[in-house]
Design a protein around this ligand. Structure first.
Ligand SMILES: [Fe+2]
Length: 255
């Protein structure tokens, strides 16, 4: 783990927030339980329950979907945006701007904006072929970005969690991994095998128990999986403010 990381003094980061930042900068991801991050707001708080309640329309829609063709091209999922509003839930916005989250986001990205905030319900797909985001790739938006997931229930490998290659984010100290770029959008398994010959690869699934908060810099090499069982996650995406322009403003204010 790198030492002597820079933290703006005015932010007064807690020891846990510093630890998350160190992990994020070193591995490209970090996990923490709700209770550990928000010691002032217990796990069974009104906020968590309110977020949980926000999923009811998605679950209802998912139950009605059995006889309907799902629009997703690869991994079957429903987004809150499809169901009840283009605007993020007020509960989710409250989470996105919790002081602990804000301190971590500001420390990691400096100037940034909340690009996206929505709920996802992933469910079993009939497809057996991996396509789109299920193939290895880097998210193209920025050299450094931060996606935050709140697991609404226990998630194991049967629920198709995101898989990431640790140390592969573009600002990683591991130059072999951080500099690797495929000539195509998706990175082939052959490329992954070549990388294995150059450096040790560590694959990590974004699994966890209910209330786990996952921080992920998706400039890292990652992919989605196949869902055998439903997966409910709250999702927030922060991008550098330099991208905030007419082509890249928060997604929910698109007309
Ligand atoms: Fe991605």
């Amino acid at each position: 783990m790198q030492k002597n990381m820079f933290f703006p003094k005015s932010l007064n980061l807690t020891a846990i927030e510093k630890s998350i930042l160190n992990q994020l900068r070193y591995f490209g991801w970090a996990k923490i339980s709700w209770d550990h991050l928000f010691d002032e707001i217990p796990f069974d708080s009104l906020l968590f329950q309110s977020i949980k309640n926000d999923f009811k329309p998605l679950i209802k829609a998912r139950n009605n979907l059995f006889s309907i063709d799902c629009p997703s091209e690869a991994q079957y999922y429903i987004s809150s945006r499809d169901i009840y509003s283009t605007m993020p839930s007020g509960n989710l916005l409250q989470l996105a701007f919790m002081p602990s989250i804000s301190r971590i986001v500001i420390s990691y990205l400096a100037n940034s904006f909340l690009y996206d905030a929505e709920y996802w319900l992933h469910f079993k797909s009939n497809s057996t072929v991996k396509t789109s985001a299920q193939l290895w790739h880097r998210d193209p938006e920025a050299k450094k970005m931060l996606k935050i997931f709140l697991l609404m229930h226990d998630v194991d490998s049967s629920q198709g969690p995101t898989e990431i290659i640790s140390h592969s984010h573009k600002t990683s100290p591991n130059k072999v991994l951080s500099k690797f770029q495929s000539s195509k959008i998706h990175i082939s398994n052959l490329d992954i095998d070549k990388l294995k010959n150059k450096t040790e690869l560590s694959f990590e699934f974004m699994t966890g128990t209910t209330g786990t908060i996952i921080f992920l810099d998706t400039s890292a090499i990652h992919r989605g999986g196949f869902c055998e069982n439903d997966r409910l996650v709250s999702y927030m995406c922060f991008l550098p403010k330099s991208l905030f322009c007419e082509h890249k403003y928060p997604s929910w204010i698109r007309l």
